[in-house]
Design a protein around this ligand. Sequence first.
Ligand SMILES: Cc1cc2nc3c(=O)[nH]c(=O)nc-3n(C[C@H](O)[C@H](O)[C@H](O)COP(=O)(O)OP(=O)(O)OC[C@H]3O[C@@H](n4cnc5c(N)ncnc54)[C@H](O)[C@@H]3O)c2cc1C
Length: 378
Amino acid sequence: MSANYDAIIVGAGIVGTACALECARDGMRVAILDGGEVGGGATAAGMGHIVVMDDSPAQLALTRYSQILWQDLAPELPSSSEYETPGTIWIAADEDEMKELSRKCMNYRHHNIPAEVLDAQALREAEPNLNPALAGGLLVPQDAVLNASSAARHLLDRAIWGDAVLLRKTVVSIGNNRVHVSDGTVFHGSRIVNAAGADAAKLTPEIPIKRRKGHLVLTDRYPKFVRHQLVELSYLKGAGSIAPESIAFNVQPRKSGQMLIGSSRQYDAEGQQVEQPVLDRMMERARYYLPQLDQLTAVRAWTGFRAATPDKLPLIGPSLHDPTVFLATGHEGLGITTALATARLLADHIAGRVSEIPREPYFPSRLQVGTMIERGHS
Ligand SMILES: Cc1cc2nc3c(=O)[nH]c(=O)nc-3n(C[C@H](O)[C@H](O)[C@H](O)COP(=O)(O)OP(=O)(O)OC[C@H]3O[C@@H](n4cnc5c(N)ncnc54)[C@H](O)[C@@H]3O)c2cc1C
């Protein structure tokens, strides 16, 4: 069997399903191929924090644009997507970090993103279970949380109403308008979108993606134990570092009253297994911020793999070597946040439309071989 499509999307995670919907909206005949569960990859393993980040102007533009697209989509999401807007509080441990919070606050406000610095007293009132020795925080009230697997299924359903098809196939190679799958079938597409997450480099070997393992812990129900997504400010250092392992305090309240506790980032750590020493370091860090955590019960821990690029920006746009292949991957720890913007930018590119934000910072062509080696991604 073989069939012709305007767009074939490999990967039905949050990014691939968002791309399928945007392409279907543009009137394309779309097939989305996945060998596993819809939204069952990193999308299921992630926290679902929709967060504006300002490590670079390009990251800020993409995260904010996508957050607004999520706000627009929120009213139609099913209740299982558990979309809520608790806001984020970035936590400063000391006065040096308070200075950094002030800078961050000014930057957000400069870009019309509401943000408010909390002193130590205001932080205690907002989050009574935090360590009283902490210096303060930055409240970013529009940051949201959701169940990303449910959201991916919703995006796919919407794409299918628009005439897309889901094919449960494992892809073995892509290129020259063809998609070869493991049962020997070849599909033909005017464009092929590689949205295979942390496995994208298996299909497009020239892209500099590294798998970055992460652990999360889910607690029992403790409603209002924390009220916002709480993230230590030095999380930014960990996320941006190229060290083999980094740990940062990051806790999320879920609609169920449960909490997700993160997080770890490891390069060169293959295998899905939960690593107890990593979990221990993660929980020790969390206990510094939330000393009463010891009295709570954890019900589950799991791991997932982020797709990391050397410059912490995703790859969105045409591949370097094959004009029929487009990339929508490399989102590392922000793929749930930036999925909707990724899909919109990609669809704009294919349709030749002007986008709401510049597309060039995310083009795969920015990563030339010299840059990759310089940044330790040889
Ligand atoms: C611990 C952890 C916490 C995170 N927290 C957050 C967060 O709070 N906020 C946020 O924005 N992001 C977060 N992330 C990152 C986020 O989860 C990912 O960036 C995002 O889910 C990537 O989505 P994706 O669709 O690209 O990949 P995936 O969800 O991995 O989907 C890729 C799909 O491709 C399929 N596939 C792969 N290869 C093939 C093939 N050869 N043939 C067919 N199908 C194939 C897979 O089966 C999979 O379904 C976190 C990640 C981790 C690990």
